[in-house]
Structures are given as structure tokens and as C-alpha cells.
Design a protein. Structure first.
Length: 355
């Protein structure tokens, strides 16, 4: 994809803030690089995209994003290989999904050339911010918001698409204990669960706060109808291992089509793991735990890649999971990391070299 195809306007920062950052003690999502990508939509089309110094943006108090929640986002990462080359992991999937999210919230699709040319240029300009320590990466947050002024309950006619970058250390969440939801739900059929809409995450905060107060780090969400089926874990897709079979719920209009999730499924099938992609009952997981057949639960997502669960609670009873050497979670994380950091062959063409 040629950068010449995009009329990209660049304004460089006068000075870099990189030397002010302690890269050995990064807090996830708190530090941002020198530049950001910005493109406005007005008069029925996307305007000239720009890369400008990172900083505040100005919006009217009546901007529709504040009142009707037209906001979507993506999560991606850039990785440095041992030779210092920068790679993305399946960015085409993130591009396709953000447009799917935009469509669901009645927001205009973003042009592919603007997305990739802007992202490539932004990453090259802030290349020095990409950490090189083992397991570290540069977190990439594309997002779009409604910016038209007015409080009428209708879609905005103006939008802003942005990309910001944040250096991230190797992600370690410690032991994760989860609570299976019995009252609250993340999404309902016919809703926005399959989109990365900002409001989906806002609605999770209160039930997660209640779980935290009960001694659990996350919630495993269940279906909105009867809370019989397991759907996602926190902000991640979720996998269950019963004996040597890997289970996960199929994607639907309630469940996000996670890039890490679909990558794990491909690796699992190609490496001869037993895989079942089907509705997963709460009762069968509880039963498997009681019998000792439940070996693992783990979340899958961009931030942590794979996040193992050490215990879960349902109806007031807590079930501890066994500690397993050479777990499925560890094996999938290693396989994914080896591809992401260019340490292994990539037969799927998932790696994307930043140009």
C-alpha cells in the first residue's frame, strides 16, 4: 500500500518526551507517544488525515459522543523483533472489525488507505517509543467518536477518527479469580455485543466492581436470557479445557469476534488439539470442576494475549483449578508470541511488516 495514495499532512512535535519516560516501570495505558493520527468527517466525507503532536482535543459540551455514546475503538500492538524490525499482528482484522463496529453505531466507514498509511507513518515517526524488552510492545488504540454539536437524539453528522500509541511492558495480571455472572449480562441478542462500542465496557464496570469487592478480579459473563451459557471473561474471549478438549462459545451478535480468539482456534486445530466451538453451559463447567475434569480456564485478548484463571465462583461456591505444567494457555501464548515477535515461521501470513 503506497503512502503516496493518502494526502497525509504531518506536523512534527518540537521535542520528544521519550527521555522523560521510565520504560522499566510502565503502567498500562498511561503513557503516550509524541504523535497521534487524526482525521475528521464532515460534509459527508473524511477530510485530509493528519499526524500531529499528541495532546488534548477540543469538543463542545454538546458533542453527541457525550450524550448518545457514538464511540468505537480497537486494540492492537506493534512488536520489535530481535533485529529491530517492527511488526503488527493481523491488522487487517482490526481494520475490518472497527468498520463493523462503526456500521453498527450508524457511523461512517473509515477508508482502508487512510488507516494503513496513517498507521504505518505514525509507527515510523514514533519508532523509538516501541519497547524492546522481552514481552514488551507498543499498544495501539484506534478509535472514533461523534463530534457534532447538538443534543437531538439522532446520529451525528461529524466524527473524529484517531490513533494513539502507548508503550507497554510485558503484561502480567497475577492469579485471576473470576465470578460467573448470575444477574448482570454484558450483551443481549440484537444488541451491540459484537461491536467494540465504548458503552459495552462502561456497562461492565459496576458488576466487575461488585466482583472485586467479593475478592474476584473479573466476571465471566453469561447469556442475558437465563444465565445458562458462558460467553466472555471480563473484556476477553474465554476458553475452557475439560480433560484434553478445548471449548469456547461461538461468536454471535453478543460475543466479540476476537483476533486472539480466532488465532488460538486456528493454532489449536492445526496442532491437533481437540476443539469444540459451541455453546458452553455453566452447569457442565461446574460439573467438570466437581469431577476434577476441568483443567483450565483462560481469557484471550490483545492486552494479555492469554490470561489463565486459577479459580471461579458460582452460586456462592468457589472452585480452585489445578496448577498444570505445560498448560494449554502457556503453549498458545508461546506460539502466538513467537509469531508476533518474528521468532518463528508464520505460515498464516499473520505478521505485517511496518513499512
Amino acid at each position: 500500500m503506497s503512502l503516496a495514495l493518502t494526502p497525509l499532512k504531518i506536523t512534527k512535535a518540537n521535542n520528544s518526551r521519550r527521555e522523560e519516560v521510565d520504560f522499566d516501570n510502565l503502567v498500562f495505558g498511561k503513557v503516550f507517544t509524541d504523535h497521534m493520527f487524526v482525521c475528521d468527517y464532515e460534509n459527508g466525507s473524511w477530510q485530509t488525515p493528519q499526524i500531529v503532536p499528541y495532546g488534548p482535543i477540543s469538543l463542545e459540551p454538546s458533542a453527541k459522543v457525550f450524550h448518545y455514546g457514538q464511540a468505537v475503538f480497537e486494540g492492537m500492538k506493534a512488536y520489535k523483533d530481535p533485529e529491530g524490525k517492527t511488526w503488527l499482528f493481523r491488522p487487517d482484522q482490526n481494520y475490518q472489525r472497527i468498520n463493523k463496529s462503526l456500521e453498527r453505531l450508524a457511523m461512517p466507514a473509515f477508508p482502508e488507505s487512510y488507516f494503513f498509511d496513517g498507521l504505518n507513518t505514525l509507527l515510523k515517526m514514533d519508532d523509538a517509543w516501541i519497547p524492546t524488552a522481552e514481552g514488551s510492545s507498543l499498544y495501539i488504540r484506534p478509535f472514533a467518536i461523534a463530534t457534532e454539536s447538538g443534543v437531538s437524539a439522532s446520529p451525528s453528522t461529524k466524527y473524529k477518527f484517531m490513533i494513539i500509541l502507548s508503550p507497554a511492558q510485558s503484561y502480567y495480571s497475577g492469579e485471576v479469580r473470576v465470578q460467573i455472572a448470575e444477574k448482570y449480562s454484558r450483551a443481549a441478542s440484537g444488541g451491540t455485543g459484537y461491536a467494540k462500542a465504548a458503552g459495552n465496557y462502561a456497562g461492565q464496570f459496576f458488576p466487575t466492581k461488585l466482583a472485586n469487592e467479593a475478592g474476584f478480579q473479573q466476571v465471566i459473563w453469561t447469556d442475558a436470557s437465563n444465565h445458562e451459557y458462558l460467553e466472555e471473561a471480563g473484556t476477553m474471549n474465554v476458553f475452557f479445557r475439560i480433560n484434553d478438549t478445548l471449548l469456547t462459545a461461538p461468536v454471535s451478535d453478543r460475543i466479540l469476534d476476537g483476533v486472539t480468539r480466532k488465532s488460538i482456534l486456528t493454532l489449536a486445530k492445526d496442532n491437533h488439539f481437540k476443539v469444540e466451538e459451541r455453546p458452553v453451559l455453566v452447569s457442565e463447567i461446574v460439573d467438570a470442576a466437581q469431577k476434577g475434569d476441568l483443567k483450565e480456564i483462560f481469557g484471550a485478548g490483545t492486552a494479555a494475549i492469554v490470561s489463565p484463571v486459577c479459580a471461579f465462583s458460582h452460586q456462592g461456591k468457589t472452585f480452585e483449578l489445578p496448577k498444570i505444567h505445560d498448560s494449554f494457555a502457556e503453549r498458545f501464548k508461546t506460539m502466538l508470541n513467537d509469531i508476533q515477535y518474528n521468532r518463528a515461521e508464520d505460515p498464516y501470513n499473520w505478521r505485517y511488516a511496518v513499512k
